[in-house]
Design a protein around this ligand. Structure first.
Ligand code: HEM
Length: 337
């Protein structure tokens, strides 16, 4: 910090101050500060009295000298300076609690100035208001304003000054949020659209390898539904005892659709009469008869597990499949004969 104020004090002196008395330097500092604040003022000082010409001579050096002072501080302090204002607000609440808690953030700042720890920490914020107020304190104070002014000169018109602060704090936040939202929106929409389109290709594949047959007129699924919806049609078969039969595997085997017998099949422990459904089966009579007299569970699941068996053949249920030693099943079989 010492070299900086010295350089700042020497800055006004070199060219112009040599001709002018040094005592005026404190007063000059203020006009100098005012002048750099208004760079276009160079024309004005020429017209103005001695004070103004001094300012003219001092004007060129201060901006030049102010730049090096800023450079010296910036490499070391500039990064913390930008961070400090935010940290200071944090420290404002934390310091009262305990010094130990802020050990990490203070490690860099504390070694520089302990006595002025409060001042330097507050420098950045107060510096903005203080530069016009006090010259002596300004020795420490000038450093903070130059970085700001330095940022301003480039953007002074407006762009950089407004851009610089947002770049540090707000700019990264906004792009991230916007980018994140933008990324999320397209990805989500595309995923949903593709998922909705997925089913169609599957249906196309099924049609390509379809073994469906052309059903005779009057044997559409709707016709079957109308037929099964009427219990009077006795889809279980004619001459059967009331209630569910106990069917053994041997009994099932005899019901193969030959010799005037209805075709039965079992599925998940239940026995169905599939003869009424033969002309309605989309896969053809031959395919359906592959399960006649035995269990069709395996074939059914291999070909069309999505088909609701009971929803179609519920009215065709003859009974339940039982073990071969079931006496009641034999009696039922005798009753059928
Ligand atoms: C041994 C038993 C069975 C065999 C071997 C069989 C075979 C087939 C075959 C090859 C198809 C044509 C599939 C395609 O589109 O390429 C089919 C379709 C169909 N079968 Fe079966 N089937 C059997 C039992 C049944 C039963 C018991 C029912 C009714 C409960 C049934 C209802 C259907 C239906 C609704 C379709 C049309 C499915 C669709 O197009 O999505 N099948 N079956």
């Amino acid at each position: 910090h010492l070299p900086n104020p010295e350089t700042s004090s020497s800055l006004p002196t070199p060219p112009d101050s040599k001709s002018d008395p040094p005592p005026a330097s404190p007063d000059k500092l203020q006009p100098n500060n005012e002048n750099p604040a208004t760079p276009p003022s160079e024309k004005i000082p020429r017209d103005s009295p001695q004070n103004t010409p001094k300012a003219l001579a001092s004007n060129p050096p201060p901006p030049i000298l102010a730049v090096p002072t800023l450079n010296l501080e910036e490499p070391i302090e500039t990064p913390p300076v930008a961070i400090r204002p935010a940290e200071q607000s944090m420290n404002g609440s934390t310091p009262q609690v305990a010094s130990t808690s802020t050990s990490t953030s203070r490690n860099e700042s504390t070694p520089d100035v302990k006595s002025g720890g409060l001042n330097p920490t507050s420098q950045s914020t107060p510096s903005l208001s203080q530069p016009p107020t006090a010259p002596k304190t300004s020795s420490l104070m000038p450093p903070p304003p130059p970085p700001i002014s330095r940022l301003q000169p480039n953007p002074q018109p407006r762009p950089s000054g407004g851009l610089a602060p947002p770049r540090v704090s707000s700019s990264p936040r906004t792009p991230l949020s916007s980018a994140a939202s933008a990324r999320l929106a397209p990805s989500g929409s595309t995923g949903l659209s593709t998922s909705t389109l997925a089913p169609t290709p599957l249906s196309l594949k099924k049609n390509s390898s379809s073994k469906r047959v052309i059903l005779e007129p009057g044997y559409s699924p709707l016709d079957w539904a109308a037929l099964a919806g009427n219990p009077k049609n006795q889809l279980r078969g004619v001459g059967l005892p009331p209630g569910l039969l106990r069917v053994t595997p041997s009994m099932l085997k005899t019901q193969n659709g030959r010799k005037g017998r209805d075709a039965w099949t079992s599925y998940q422990g239940k026995v169905y009469n599939i003869s009424p459904y033969l002309p309605y089966h989309p896969g053809g009579k031959g395919e359906l008869l592959r399960g006649a007299g035995k269990d069709s569970g395996k074939l059914f699941q291999e070909i069309h597990p999505w088909v609701n068996w009971d929803g179609i053949l519920g009215e065709c249920m003859v009974g339940i499949l039982v073990s071969e030693n079931d006496v009641q099943a034999e009696n039922a079989l005798d009753a059928m004969d």
